[in-house]
Write a protein that binds this ligand. Structure first.
Ligand SMILES: [Fe+2]
Length: 282
């Protein structure tokens, strides 16, 4: 498979009316599309779409290790985000906010949005004082934006999310997942530490953190990452190849190819039972 980009990520929530305002008002996303039961959002500085699917009150609760992250420039903004979230937690139905902490080189605040998904507001300014952090692990900690998102476009909060940087998933066998992402999906993998890999496309800044967990839940395809291929023919060819050889690489499920207004796609489940979508770019 020769992907041309990691183009979308999909999140499942309970109610769009609760989860979309968290993304737009607290994380600087903008709504760019809407269909029954789903809303597509984009951060102005990031070519990676976030589609949120409404699954109602019975949508299973997610775990904090299934989270997504945006990045700010300074550690003071992380502290300001903590203050702003704490002051507005009732308004946005946020029932869990962690105090900002340093981990894996980032200074971050984590919180749970009302659809039970985790969000991280992260800052790598301290780590980036050392040059080695700029290129280590695929350069994922280097700035993700070329143009600063102006504070006047996100005023009054004390922090400005500059980019939508990462999503996460879990697995039990890191080596098997690593091989699947490179050999079956054609992505690039960088080791962050013995328990964590970063999965990305060489031309896409956003990345997916895959961590070994003692236990985790498998969710519906509403929670997935989308890889774009150049053409409908390439998607069909990738499906044929995975049907023939995917099991040897740990493929756990392969759904049929579907067509929707010229977009050709299919779903697959990786060795950790995480869903991925392979789609034509048009
Ligand atoms: Fe994270």
């Amino acid at each position: 498979m020769r992907p041309i980009g990691l183009t979308e990520t999909h999140m499942e929530c309970r109610y769009l009316k609760d989860s979309v305002p968290v993304a737009t008002d607290l994380l600087a996303f903008e709504k760019i599309g809407e269909r029954p039961g789903q809303v597509t959002l984009k951060h102005p500085n990031t070519d990676w779409l976030l589609t949120i699917h409404e699954a109602g009150p019975d949508a299973p609760a997610k775990q904090m290790h299934n989270h997504w992250g945006v990045r700010v420039e300074t550690t003071a903004e992380v502290d300001a985000a903590y203050e702003y979230l704490s002051a507005h937690k009732d308004q946005y139905k946020i029932d869990q906010i962690g105090k900002p902490t340093y981990s894996h080189g980032s200074y971050s605040v984590y919180f749970l949005e009302p659809g039970t998904n985790g969000w991280e507001i992260e800052c790598y300014a301290e780590a980036l004082r050392k040059d080695v952090w700029k290129t280590r692990a695929g350069g994922v900690r280097a700035p993700h934006w070329e143009t600063q998102y102006p504070a006047e476009r996100f005023p009054g909060r004390g922090y400005v999310p500059q980019g939508f940087t990462h999503g996460t998933l879990a697995c039990s066998d890191l080596q098997q997942s690593w091989k699947f992402y490179t050999d079956a999906l054609g992505l690039e993998v960088h080791q962050a530490n013995p328990h964590v890999i970063y999965v990305k496309h060489p031309d896409s800044k956003p990345y997916v953190v895959c961590a070994v967990r003692p236990e985790w839940k498998a969710f519906s395809p509403n929670f997935r990452f989308t890889i774009a291929l150049a053409s409908a023919g390439a998607v069909e060819e990738a499906h044929r190849k995975l049907a023939a050889t995917g099991k040897d690489l740990g493929l756990t499920e392969l759904r049929d190819v579907t067509r929707d207004n010229g977009r050709v796609s299919f779903l697959l489940s990786d060795p950790g039972r995480n869903w991925w979508e392979i789609a034509s770019s048009n």
